[in-house]
Structures are given as C-alpha cells and as structure tokens.
Design a protein around this ligand. Structure first.
Ligand SMILES: [Zn+2]
Length: 284
C-alpha cells in the first residue's frame, strides 16, 4: 500500500522562462493530502491553476494550463519530475507565465525536489488502472494507453535530420529508471526554425545551455548531449509530464508514435470520456 506524498520543506529556484525569456522565481511548498498539484501565479494576485488534463488550453510548443484568465505554460518538464518523484500534493508558486526551464530537462527539477525531501501522509494513494485499449491518432502520429501490470512508456520518432533519424525507446516507469534514463534528456529544437519561433514571440529563453540545437544533420551543441537517443527519451519525458495531468498515477503502457503534447492530452480526454475505460484502485 502507498500513501499520498508531498515535499518535506519549501524549496525555491530561479531561472529563465523558455518561451517568454524572462527571469522567473519558483517556490515549491508542501500541501495537505488531497490538494493535488496546483500552480499559483504570484504575479496575478495568487491565481490558482490546478495541474489537470481538463485545464489544458494550448499544446503548441509545450503544454499550457489555464483557469479563467490565468495561464501557466511549459509545465511538462516540471510535472514529469514531480511524477517521477512520486509527489501527489504540491503548491508551485511562480511569479511569471512559465516555470524556469533550468537545464531543459526534468533532472534539474528532480534535484530541486531532492533538496526539499519527501514526506508521506497517512492518506492512501489511489491509481487509475486502464482496463481496455484507448487510442488517438492524427495523420501518421498516434498515442495509446494499453492495459498493463505496471506503468510503461514506449515511444518511436522519425525526423528527416540525420542527427535524430529513427529512434525508439521503451522503459518501465520506476523512480530509478525515470531518474537515470529519462529525466536527463533535454528538450531540442531546429536552429532553422528559431527565427520563426522568435517572430511568434516564443523561444526567447532557448539557449545552447538548455536546448539541443539541430543544425541540418548535426547537433550544434553536442558537448551537452547526454545520450545519442536523447530526442526520443525527451519525448517520453514530455509524455510522463503530460499524462501526470490525469491527476492520479496511471497503471498502463503508453505507446506513442510521433506523438506530442496535443495527442497526449487528447489521449487523457479519450480515457476519461468513458468510465468503462478505467477503474480507480488503491495504489499498489
Ligand atoms: Zn519537452
């Protein structure tokens, strides 16, 4: 039996926002059992935004949550770290429109959570057991949840650039495997699209320190690359973060082919659209 977990003490960090390019300060605070994960915008009179799939308002260039007029963008890397650390209840205070991007991975958030420590409550943790296959697709991309004994992630991607090409990766989602194999994988982007991105007022905080930069068939900053297949591992990292917006850990195998934030969110909406797809159980 497992119990709902929060952090043992407050912890703070500061850094640049990936798209806005502004300096943001983030404070993680323990929360009482049942709170779930909540973002609080300090610069918007403390407006609260629950980290739940039905609050996802935008999925281009990251997952954006909204509650009323308040939004919080690019939540997926932080959410992946929170899920990887097994944290159920947490208040995330931020004085800007995005969490800081830090190293462009989930490991830097995981290390922050290590400093905070974990604290179990006496309230039982629940889990969502997927009972039958749920799949969504768009053109040649798809995402599926498949009944399984343990959480697993398997993703395949295909990019024209020889720096990426075809990559496939599968992992059993345990805290140790997430930390070692998935959390260090950095976000990536095509240098050729960076100007267009900046014209859309995005990517202002992207740098050679936090984003693997694809330049034709090579990685411009290969010096910070951690794995040859870092790109597909990062896609799993994104999926872990996006699927954590179910609000309760999922027991299922996730299979993604060229999947991204939009399909990840549609998948959760499809899962919850029919109560016959799942059952709420006491977490093992
Ligand atoms: Zn990402």
């Amino acid at each position: 039996m497992a119990f709902r977990r929060t952090i043992a003490k407050e912890v703070a960090c500061e850094g640049i926002a990936l798209h806005a390019g502004t300096q943001v300060r983030m404070l993680l605070e323990p929360a009482v059992p049942g709170t779930g994960i909540i973002f609080r915008r300090l610069d918007l009179d403390g407006a609260e935004i629950p980290a739940l799939y039905d609050r996802v308002a935008e999925t281009t260039l990251g997952t954006t949550l909204a509650e009323g007029k308040a939004t919080i963008a690019v939540v997926e890397h932080l959410m992946a770290a929170v899920a990887g650390a097994g944290i159920d209840d947490l208040v995330i205070q931020i004085d800007g429109a995005e969490p800081p991007v830090l190293d462009g991975d989930a490991l830097s958030f995981l290390e922050l959570l290590d400093v905070a420590g974990a604290k179990d409550s006496d309230v039982e943790r629940q889990a969502i057991k997927v009972l039958r296959r749920v799949e969504v697709s768009h053109k040649d991309a798809s995402a599926a949840l498949i009944p399984a004994q343990f959480p697993q992630y398997a993703v395949e991607i295909e990019f024209a650039s020889a720096a990426i090409g075809h990559q496939a990766y599968a992992v059993d989602f345990t805290p140790a495997a997430f930390r070692a194999e998935i959390a260090p994988a950095r976000t990536f982007g095509d240098i050729a699209q960076l100007d267009a991105l900046k014209k859309m007022d995005r990517g202002h905080g992207a740098s050679l320190h936090n984003t693997l930069a694809i330049d034709g068939d090579r990685v411009l900053n290969a010096d910070i690359q951690r794995f040859p297949d870092e790109f597909v591992r990062h896609k799993i990292l994104d999926a872990v973060g996006d699927l954590s917006l179910a609000g309760t850990p999922l027991i299922a195998r996730f299979e993604g082919i060229k999947s991204g934030h939009a399909l990840n969110n549609q998948l959760l909406r499809a899962l919850f659209a029919d109560p016959a797809n799942y059952r709420l159980i006491t977490a093992p």
